[in-house]
Ligand binder design. Sequence first.
Ligand code: HEM
Length: 476
Amino acid sequence: CCSTAAGVLRELATPVVAALVASSRRGSGGGGQGGATRRRRGLSVQVADRAVARRALVEHGAAFLDRPSGAVPSTILTRNRHCNILSAPYGPYWRAARRNAAAGALHPSSLRLLGGARARVLGGLVRALGSGAPAGESLHFAVYSVLAVMCFGEGVVAELGEARLRAMQRFQREILLALPSFGVFVRYPRIGRFLCPSRWRQLLALRRRQEESFLPLVAEVMRRKRKAGDDSTFTSYVESLLELRVHEEGGRKVTDGELVSLISEFLGAGTESTAAALEWTMANLVKNPEVQRKLRHEVGTAVAGGERVVEEVDLARMPYLKAVVLESLRRHPPVPFVLRHADGEDAAAVLGVPRLPDGGATVNFLVGKIGRDPAAWSDPMSFEPERFMPGGEGEGADLTCTRELRMMPFGAGRRVCPGLAPAMLHLEYFVANLVRQFEWWEADGDEAVDLAEFRGFFFTIMNRPLRARLVPRTAM
Ligand code: HEM
């Protein structure tokens, strides 16, 4: 029935749908949560038109609220059993988990309480770079460290120590690299383990290691909480998860399996995306010395001739910094596509077809293409932060896409990335301080900056990790 429906769709497609790709792949539903059921995967529709994207995600968002099953790391790793925010079907559990993150650990008021921890991570990063550590890997570890503090609290991370934190980060990478080979268990949930028994054992071992890595840290968070009482002002993500109740499901707590998936998502989705964006931004600053010079001038003006570290409060006075980060996100969005499941008449009408097949369709919004659309951006492939300055075509860019959709690096609509605020804060904070501390020059030979992309399972990262010749500007 899928191929028939695909044929119908292909014939009826209008120009607003950039491409309709028939897919014979079927996914199983697996168990839904909170009474919601997952649908089988049938067709895949790709949207590269920003007007259609906005109509679908913002104006008719209710018809595009779910994600296709098996499209998200945690659904693969737990075979759809333990959802996190990204993978949860639209429903009570998703609402509770998302609200908890957005109003808690990811809220600007929580981020403000972490100024000291951020500065300590920056200090470590500057020392590492100053002693010649590779740029790409060092940026990545700095972002992971900040996310770990937000997740478990600074005391727990300090006790864990750098070596174990680095091991956790390596393990996260290992999982990301292994994920594509586990698709078979989502497509064939009943017989997958018999078809590929050794891969099945590998999957179980990875998930077990994830549990063994996170659950003792959760216990440590609880122990400290009991000891300190309610004195501390900052509430870590894990603390908030332990307090979370899904009221529409009888006030139940989050299960251990969900806890592990939610923590893994927080560290994984938060680090890989932000670190990739940071690396792309610094790479473009190496490639564009004039942009770097202008940015350094702005930083110097904002913080008394560059005499002190840039703090969160200073960032609001740096429009060019924001323009540099936005241009990097437009040109190199770390998440190159947004996946949603669509079903029903409303979704069909938005996509310009009379109906969708039984089971609905997977809709793939092409974030990269939308941000580089020549109809929206002049010379879209070049790196020009000026376009986001007053009078430029991107002035007042709306990252949530509520007013207008010209780029969508954080997605759009009700499932827009809840990490937008911390991501922008950390990008601006690290970029400003890194150009204050160092001049970033192109290295020679094999270490020269290569802007070629590597498309991973979920993220687009630099094909070759960033290397640069750093010249310290102030005594460290
Ligand atoms: C530069 C950094 C980041 C980029 C480019 C990015 C991008 C995205 C995109 C494109 C989506 C899909 C949105 C949609 O379907 O409309 C998403 C979802 C999500 N992101 Fe981010 N993200 C970033 C940082 C973060 C951070 C720091 C966190 C948390 C620590 C985070 C957590 C999430 C979660 C939980 C979702 C799922 C939302 C839902 O399904 O309701 N992201 N992100």
